[in-house]
Write a new protein. Structure first.
Lengths: 599, 414
C-alpha cells in the first residue's frame, strides 16, 4: 500500500506541475496551508481596518475625518462622519471576519494543514481533494462576506451573533436585508469548508501516522488540532441549523424565532417562535468556537516554548488531559452567554458551575508553561516572544472570565465593554499571538526562507504594548457601565457626566493604541512578504527542533514530503537537554539508546 | 483633500523606511556572516531585559488605571441586591488581581532569569505528579468558594418576588421605554400584541380595546382597508385591478380575516371583570419614578426586537424579548438626592439604558429613572391619572404617606 502510494507520487513528480495545479488548485497540504494563511492575512487586514474606522468614531464622536470619508465614501461617512447604521455594520463584520475567517479559517486552517502531515510523518492529508475543496469554499465564503460590505443597504448590522428578530427583519435595521442574506450564505459555505476540513484532519491524524508515532508520541500541536477538529465537527452543524432556521424565518415566513412582533407599524403574522431558541443554538457553537480559536494557539505555543526553552514541555500528559477536558467542557457551558436572556435562573446556576470548571484545566496549562520556562535556557526568537505573550494574555484574559462566568456578577457587566475587553484579550491577543508564533516558527519550513528577527522583535513589542494598551483600559470602560455597540456614549452626559468624561478619556487612549498597533503590523507584513522573496535561505532545522517536519531532506519539502521512505519514530518529541545526550535536542527519528528511558 | 494626501504619503514613506531598514540589516548580516537562526547574545539579552521592563510597565499601567478610573464610574450600588453583587465583585476582583500579578510575575521573571547563558544547560524536567496535583487542587478549591458565594447571591437575586412587591411593567420598543404601574390593586392589566393600534400603542387589553380593534379589522377607517372595503373592491367590476394588485388585496384580506377571527375569539372568552385590572394602571412615558425602599417586581416585554433593560446603578439587567415576559425584582435604597450628595455631583441621575443591539439608534434608547422620598413620591403620584382617566390617588393621602414613610425607613441610614 505504502509502496504503491509512493510510486504514484514519483509518477506525479516526473511531469512538471503547471502554475494552476501548483499554486491555485493544489492538492498539496503545504500549499493549501499557505493559501489559508494568505487569505487570513488579507481578511485580517480588512478586519483591522474596519476596527480602526469605528475606533475613530468612538474616540472622536461626530468629528469629521477625511480618512473615514476616503474609505467609506459619501454613502456611509458623509462629510467624514460615520453613519450610525454603518457603525453597527462595521462592528458586525469586524467580529465575523476576525472570529471565523481569521481565527478559525486562518489559524486552524493554516497550521492544521501545514503541520499535520509533516508532524505525524504522512505524505499528505487523507484526502487532498477534500482539502482543496475546503480552501476554495473558504475563499468563496470570504468573497461573499466582503461583497456584503458593498451592498446598497449595508452589510449585516445585528452584531456578529446576529440575534433575531433584529437580524430577521429588514424593517428593524437596513443591514438585515440583502446584507444579512449574504452573511447567511457566506457563513453556510464557511461551515461546509470548516466541516470537511475538520473531518480530513481527524481522519489524517487517526489513520496516517507513521511507524512508531503512537498517540502518546504526538506533538502537542497535533493533539490540539485533533481536539479542535473534533469540537468543530460536533458544534458547527448546530450553527448551520441555526442559520438555516433563520433563513427560513426570513424568506419562507416560518416562525422559529419570531413571535408577537410589531415593527414599523406593521403587525407580523409570526406566532409561537422564540428568539431564545436561536441563542441556544448559536451559542452551542459559539462557545466551543472560542476554543476552536484558542486550542490551536495553545498547541503551537506548547511546541514553541518547549523548543526555545530547550526543555521538555512540563507535564505532557497533563497538557493532553487539559486539552481534552477543555474540549469536553466547552460543550456544556454555552448558556453562560445568556444569564440575563430571561432563561430560567436555575439553568443559569448549572452553567455557572460548568463554566468555572474550565478554569481548572486552563490553570494547569498556565502552570505547566511556567514550569517549562523554569530553569530553561531560553532563546528569544520572535516565535518565542509571541508564545510568551500568549501565556501572559491567556492569564490576563482568563481571570476576567471568572467574573463573567459568575452569573450574579454577569448581571452588571453583561454586554458591556468589560466583556469586549475580556474576549479580545483571549482571542484578539492570545490566539493571534499563537498565530504569529506559528508563522515565525514554521516560516522556514513553509517558504524555505528565514524571516528577519529584528523586525520580528519590533513587531512583537509594538504589538503587545499596543495590545495591552487597547484592552486593559477597555475593562474600565465596561466597569463604568458603558454598553457595547454604542455609536457614541453621549447618553452618559444626560445623567452622569463624570462617567461620560471618563469613558471618553479612556476611549481616546484606546484608539491611539489601536492605531499604533495597526501600524505595528506593518513590520510583520513587510517582513513576511519580503522574506518570501528575499529572505536568507533556511537551514534544514533552524530551531534545532525534534519534530518530524525538520527531518525532511529539503528546507521546503516537495509534494509527498519525504522523497524516500517515511521516517520512523522512536521517541516523544520533547527530548531537549536530555542528560547523557551530546546535543541539547534529539529528533524523534533517533532510536533510544540501550537502557535509555523514553521519558 | 490635503489630509488624504498626507495619509497616503505617510503610508508610502512608512513602507520605504522599513524597506531601507531591512536593506541595512541585510547588508550588515552579510557583512558579519550573521544567520537569522542563531540569535546573538546581545539580542537575547535585550529581549530578556525587555521582559522585565514590560512587566513593570504593565503593572504601572494597571495600577494607574485602577487608581484613576477604578472607583469613579458608577458610584455605590443603589439597590439592596446590588450591594451584595458589589461585595462579591470586590472579592472576586481581589482574587483575580492576585492571580494576575502572581502568574504574570512568574512568567516574566522566569523569562528574564532563565534566558540562555553560555555554558548553562537547561534542566531536563518532564513531569512531577505531586506538583501538578497541587496546581489542580488549589484552583479547584478557590473556584469552589467563588462558585458557592456566587450562586448564593444569584439565587437571592433571582428568587421569585413575593406578594408584597409592587408590580411595574417596562415596555421596550425601537427606541424608547414606557413604564406601566399596576395601580392600587397591584395587578397589571392583561395585554395582547394583536390589540396594538395607534390609540392603544401598548396593547392593553380591555373590552373597549378589543371591540375597537375588531371594528378596525372589519370595517376599517379612512386610509385603512377593513375586510368589508377590500371585499367590495374585489367584487366591484367597475374597478380594474392588475393581477398583482388583486393578489395583494387577497393576501391582505386573508390576513385580516384570520386576525378578526382571533379577535372575535378573544372578545367571546374575555371576562369583563378583567377591565378592572387595566383601568387602574398608570402609563408613564417620560421617566420611571420609584419610591425609596419599596420592593419592586419589574416585568419586561418588547414590541419588536430584543432589547436589554440595563440599570447600571442598580446592578440590574434583563433582556426584553418579543413574545415572552421576563422579570427582575429589586429594592432601590438611595433616593436620587442622596445619590447626588454621595457622588458630589448635582447632575447625577439614575438611568435605564438599552444594552442589546436593537438598531441604528440603540445608543440613544434611554429612560431616566428617579428614586424619590415618600413625600415627593406622593406628590408625583398625585399628578398622574390612571388608564381610565381617574386620578391615581384619591383621598387617604395621610395614610398613604405614613405607609410610604414606613417603607422608606427600612432603608434609611441612621
Amino acid at each position: 500500500m505504502a509502496a504503491a502510494a509512493q510510486e504514484a507520487i514519483h509518477e506525479h513528480d516526473h511531469h512538471e506541475e503547471s502554475f494552476v495545479s501548483k499554486y491555485i488548485f493544489s492538492y498539496d497540504h503545504k500549499m493549501i496551508g499557505k493559501q489559508f494563511l494568505l487569505a487570513a492575512i488579507f481578511m485580517g487586514v480588512v478586519g483591522m481596518m474596519l476596527s480602526v474606522f469605528f475606533r475613530i468614531q468612538l474616540a472622536w464622536p461626530g468629528e469629521s475625518s477625511d480618512f473615514l470619508n476616503m474609505f467609506l465614501g459619501d454613502r456611509w461617512a458623509p462629510e467624514g462622519i460615520l453613519n450610525q447604521d454603518m457603525y453597527l455594520g462595521l462592528v458586525t463584520i469586524h467580529g465575523t471576519i476576525m472570529v471565523f475567517f481569521v481565527l478559525t479559517g486562518g489559524l486552524s486552517g493554516t497550521f492544521s494543514n501545514v503541520l499535520i502531515p509533516l508532524q505525524i510523518g504522512a505524505r499528505d492529508m487523507a484526502s487532498g481533494f477534500i482539502n482543496l475543496m475546503s480552501f476554495w469554499l473558504f475563499c468563496i465564503s470570504s468573497i461573499i462576506m466582503l461583497a456584503s460590505l458593498f451592498v446598497e443597504s449595508g452589510p449585516a448590522m445585528s452584531g456578529w451573533t446576529v440575534y433575531p428578530p433584529l437580524s430577521a427583519l429588514p424593517q428593524a435595521v437596513s443591514g438585515s436585508g440583502l446584507g444579512m442574506t449574504l452573511w447567511l450564505i457566506s457563513l453556510t459555505i464557511f461551515i461546509a469548508s470548516s466541516l470537511i476540513g475538520s473531518l480530513n484532519y481527524i481522519s489524517t491524524i487517526v489513520n496516517l501516522r507513521t511507524k512508531g508515532m503512537k498517540m502518546t508520541r504526538m506533538p502537542l500541536t497535533i493533539w490540539a488540532f485533533l481536539v479542535t477538529a473534533i469540537v468543530g465537527v460536533l458544534s458547527f452543524p448546530v450553527l448551520l441549523s441555526a442559520a438555516l432556521l433563520l433563513f427560513m424565518d426570513r424568506v419562507m415566513g416560518t416562525s422559529f424565532y419570531l413571535s408577537d412582533i410589531i415593527i414599523g407599524g406593521e403587525m407580523l403574522d409570526n406566532v409561537g417562535g422564540s428568539p431564545i431558541l436561536y441563542q441556544h443554538l448559536f451559542w452551542f457553537l459559539g462557545h466551543p468556537e472560542v476554543y476552536i480559536v484558542l486550542l490551536p494557539a495553545l498547541g503551537i505555543s506548547s511546541e514553541v516554548i518547549s523548543t526555545n526553552s530547550r526543555k521538555p514541555i512540563f507535564g505532557y500528559r497533563a497538557m493532553i488531559g487539559s486539552l481534552l477536558a477543555i474540549g469536553f467542557l466547552s460543550f456544556i457551558v454555552w448558556a453562560h452567554h445568556m444569564f440575563v436572556s430571561g432563561m430560567d435562573p436555575f439553568l443559569g446556576s448549572v452553567f455557572v458551575f460548568t463554566t468555572l470548571l474550565i478554569a481548572i484545566p486552563s490553570a494547569v496549562k498556565v502552570f505547566n508553561y511556567l514550569t517549562t520556562l523554569w530553569r530553561g535556557s531560553i532563546i528569544f526568537t520572535p516565535a518565542m516572544l509571541f508564545a510568551i505573550g500568549l501565556v501572559s494574555t491567556f492569564i490576563s484574559g482568563g481571570v476576567t472570565g471568572i467574573i463573567l462566568a459568575d452569573s450574579a456578577l454577569d448581571i452588571q457587566v453583561h454586554d458591556t465593554y468589560f466583556v469586549v475587553a475580556h474576549f479580545h484579550v483571549v482571542m484578539g491577543l492570545s490566539a493571534i499571538f499563537g498565530m504569529f508564533a506559528g508563522v515565525y516558527h514554521w516560516f522556514p519550513k513553509m517558504y524555505g526562507k528565514m524571516m528577519n528577527n529584528r523586525l520580528g522583535y519590533a513587531h512583537f513589542w509594538t504589538t503587545i504594548v499596543s495590545g495591552y494598551g487597547v484592552f486593559l483600559p477597555m475593562h474600565f470602560v465596561g466597569l463604568g457601565g458603558a454598553p457595547r455597540r454604542y455609536y457614541d456614549n453621549s447618553i452618559f452626559d444626560t445623567f452622569n457626566p463624570t462617567a461620560g468624561e471618563m469613558i471618553l478619556d479612556l476611549n481616546i487612549i484606546i484608539t491611539v493604541f489601536a492605531i499604533i498597533g495597526a501600524f505595528g503590523q506593518c513590520f510583520f507584513f513587510f517582513n513576511f512578504f519580503y522574506s518570501i522573496f528575499r529572505g536568507p535561505k533556511a537551514p534544514l532545522n533552524p530551531w534545532r527542533s525534534n519534530t518530524l517536519e525538520w527531518t525532511t531532506p529539503t528546507a521546503m519539502p516537495g509534494h509527498g514530503n519525504w522523497p524516500g521512505d517515511l521516517p520512523e519514530v522512536h521517541r516523544w518529541p520533547y527530548d531537549y537537554s536530555k542528560p547523557g545526550a551530546d546535543e541539547d535536542f534529539i529528533p524523534q527519528t533517533v532510536p533510544l539508546k540501550p537502557g535509555e528511558v523514553e521519558h | 483633500m490635503g489630509s488624504k494626501l498626507i495619509i497616503i504619503l505617510v503610508i508610502i514613506f512608512g513602507v520605504l523606511a522599513i524597506a531601507q531598514l531591512v536593506r541595512v540589516s541585510e547588508l550588515t548580516a552579510k557583512h558579519t556572516k550573521r544567520k537569522e537562526e542563531d540569535i546573538p547574545e546581545n539580542e537575547n539579552k535585550f529581549n530578556a531585559n525587555m521582559m522585565l521592563i514590560f512587566m513593570i510597565a504593565l503593572y504601572a499601567g494597571f495600577i494607574y488605571l485602577m487608581l484613576q478610573y477604578g472607583y469613579v464610574g458608577l458610584g455605590p450600588a443603589a439597590s439592596a441586591h446590588g450591594q451584595e453583587i458589589d461585595f462579591l465583585f470586590d472579592l472576586n476582583w481581589i482574587i483575580i488581581t492576585a492571580v494576575f500579578f502572581l502568574t504574570n510575575t512568574l512568567l516574566f521573571v522566569f523569562s528574564w532569569k532563565y534566558a540562555r547563558k553560555p555554558g548553562v544547560k537547561a534542566y531536563y524536567y518532564a513531569h512531577n505528579n505531586k506538583l501538578e496535583m497541587v496546581w489542580t487542587v488549589i484552583p479547584a478549591a478557590v473556584l469552589s468558594v467563588i462558585i458557592i458565594l456566587g450562586l448564593r447571591t444569584w439565587n437571592d437575586t433571582t428568587a421569585k418576588a413575593g406578594a408584597e412587591y409592587e408590580n411595574i411593567e417596562i415596555f421596550a420598543y425601537q427606541f424608547a421605554w414606557t413604564a406601566r404601574y399596576s395601580g392600587m390593586n397591584n395587578e397589571l392589566g392583561k395585554f395582547d400584541y394583536k390589540l396594538t393600534t395607534a390609540e392603544n400603542p401598548y396593547a392593553v387589553m380591555t373590552k373597549a380595546n378589543i371591540e375597537r380593534s375588531l371594528s378596525l379589522m372589519k370595517v376599517g377607517e379612512p386610509g385603512q382597508n377593513g375586510i368589508k372595503r377590500i371585499e367590495d373592491k374585489l367584487n366591484d367590476r367597475s374597478i380594474i385591478l392588475s393581477s398583482k394588485e388583486r393578489k395583494d388585496l387577497e393576501v391582505e384580506l386573508g390576513r385580516k380575516e384570520r386576525m378578526s377571527r382571533l379577535l372575535e375569539a378573544m372578545s367571546i372568552t374575555y371576562a369583563d371583570s378583567l377591565d378592572n385590572l387595566a383601568n387602574d394602571d398608570v402609563i408613564v412615558e417620560d421617566s420611571l419614578v420609584l419610591l425609596k425602599g419599596q420592593n419592586y417586581n419589574l416585568s419586561f416585554r418588547s414590541k419588536d426586537v430584543i432589547h436589554s433593560a440595563y440599570f447600571p446603578q442598580f446592578r440590574m439587567q434583563m433582556n426584553t424579548v418579543p413574545g415572552m415576559l421576563t422579570y427582575f425584582k429589586f429594592q432601590p435604597i438611595f433616593s436620587t438626592d442622596e445619590m447626588k450628595r454621595k457622588m458630589n455631583n448635582p447632575e447625577y441621575e439614575y438611568a435605564l439604558l438599552c444594552n442589546k443591539i436593537c438598531g441604528g439608534s440603540h445608543y440613544r434608547m434611554k429612560m431616566s429613572v428617579k428614586v424619590l422620598e415618600p413625600k415627593e413620591f406622593l406628590e408625583w403620584q398625585k399628578t398622574k391619572a390612571t388608564y381610565d382617566g381617574t386620578p391615581w390617588i384619591d383621598g387617604n393621602e395621610a395614610k398613604l404617606l405614613e405607609y410610604y414613610e414606613s417603607i422608606a425607613s427600612r432603608v434609611n441610614e441612621n
